[in-house]
Design a protein around this ligand. Structure first.
Ligand SMILES: CC(C)(COP(=O)(O)OP(=O)(O)OC[C@H]1O[C@@H](n2cnc3c(N)ncnc32)[C@H](O)[C@@H]1OP(=O)(O)O)[C@@H](O)C(=O)NCCC(=O)NCCS
Length: 171
């Protein structure tokens, strides 16, 4: 039985361990590198876990063990805050293909949908990544392609830009 929870500042050590696991074992899927994250001040990481109305990081727990994460952040500029983005989606390899990623994404979209004024969730995914099928199954559609979005060790990676339009809530 998997439980999905909003991570809090106190969860920073466990979160950091999973985030570093993500960047070492799935480095091609993410914009940040293992080295950047390893050198990052723990307080900066802790501040990401400050669960505010406009941002949160969700954790998937198998018993006490954190096995997956996903982040969401609403844009803050006046002209941009109808939008937010999903980032840092990761499930540890030994727990994949059991619906954990689906549960994380479902809860992230549900919570984002409660934010007043939020109309659209964006994300980007490396074109060769099979996570694209997961996003499409939630209704995300592609609105663009950024060629050479990332470069690592001389290799370029294209990114698909995807969006999900949320139903407008009547107050
Ligand atoms: C993407 C990821 C989070 C999915 O997590 P997961 O727990 O395995 O996902 P689920 O079990 O909920 O699977 C959901 C869908 O993802 C796709 N998927 C998951 N694992 C897959 C695999 N090994 N091969 C092909 N498709 C796969 C399928 O479309 C699946 O749909 P289905 O359940 O109808 O078959 C996980 O594979 C991961 O951490 N990958 C590395 C990091 C990454 O790519 N993150 C996304 C960055 S944009």
């Amino acid at each position: 039985m998997i439980a999905i929870k909003i991570l809090q500042a106190d969860d920073v050590e466990q979160y950091r361990e999973v985030r570093l696991d993500a960047l070492s074992r799935s480095s091609e899927a993410f914009g940040a590198t293992y080295e950047e994250e390893a050198e990052r001040d723990i307080e900066a990481t802790r501040s990401r876990l400050q669960s505010l109305p406009h941002q949160f990081v969700l954790g998937a727990y198998d018993q006490e063990q954190l096995i997956g994460v996903v982040g969401f952040k609403q844009e803050q500029g006046v002209k941009f805050r109808h939008k937010g983005f999903i980032w840092g989606m990761y499930v540890k390899p030994e727990h994949r293909s059991q619906g954990v990623g689906r549960q994380l994404l479902h809860e992230a979209i549900r919570l984002a949908g409660l934010i007043e004024g939020l109309e659209q969730i964006n994300l980007s995914v490396v074109t060769s990544n099979n996570a694209k099928a997961l996003y499409e199954s939630f209704g995300f559609t592609s609105y663009g392609l950024e060629r050479k979005a990332m470069k690592q060790n001389g290799t370029y990676y294209d990114e698909e830009l995807m969006k999900l339009t949320l139903p407008i809530r009547r107050m």
